[in-house]
Design a binder for this molecule. Structure first.
Ligand code: HEM
Length: 155
């Protein structure tokens, strides 16, 4: 199965993740539930999150080499006290943005993609609570197809 594309390749590469986060943060900023959390975000925030997602899904390790990796991402969530309704809205808006910018909608891709987001948002919420003590250093996670890679007849 060495010829199975990465989720990054399947999604359409760096440009696809940039389109996704551009649309996503337009929606976030217009949203009553999560918008206030992002009121002071850097104008380049969508691009940084696109770099993170690209690295997670098998693209180049640019968030690690250019933006400080896991420790830097974590520092942005610490103390934010993200609520469950905010976490859920974040993930719903990202799923909507994925549809709107035309990310692949095949079951295998979306299952893997949403699986990472479900996992990552739950960690972000937990790590953002007052008094949380997540590991200060860790690698950027790598997410793959899991149990359902693209189906190839006869393989
Ligand atoms: C899989 C889930 C998530 C990922 C991959 C993620 C990724 C990131 C990254 C990479 C940054 C730092 C960007 C930079 O380098 O400047 C960041 C910042 C931030 N994230 Fe998340 N995040 C996730 C979930 C969430 C959730 C659920 C919330 C809240 C509902 C949230 C709220 C924030 C906020 C408020 C910032 C700081 C924005 C600012 O610059 O003011 N994140 N996130």
């Amino acid at each position: 199965m060495t010829d199975v594309p990465t989720l990054y390749q399947w999604a359409g590469g760096a440009e696809a993740f940039e389109r996704l986060t551009e649309r996503f943060y337009q929606k976030v900023l217009a949203d009553d539930v999560v918008g206030p959390l992002f009121a002071h975000m850097d104008a380049d925030h969508p691009r940084y999150v696109a770099m993170w997602l690209a690295e997670v899904f098998g693209g180049p390790a640019r968030y690690s080499t250019e933006r400080g990796g896991y420790a830097h991402m974590l520092s942005h969530h610490l103390g934010r006290a993200i609520t469950e309704p905010q976490r859920r809205r974040w993930i719903d808006l990202l799923a909507d943005a994925a549809d709107e910018v035309g990310l692949p909608d095949d079951p295998e891709f979306r299952a893997a993609f949403m699986g990472y987001l479900e996992w990552g948002t739950r960690l972000a919420r937990a790590n953002s609570q007052p008094g949380a003590t997540p590991p200060a250093e860790a690698p950027v996670p790598h997410w793959g197809w899991g149990v359902a890679p693209p189906y190839t007849p006869g393989s």
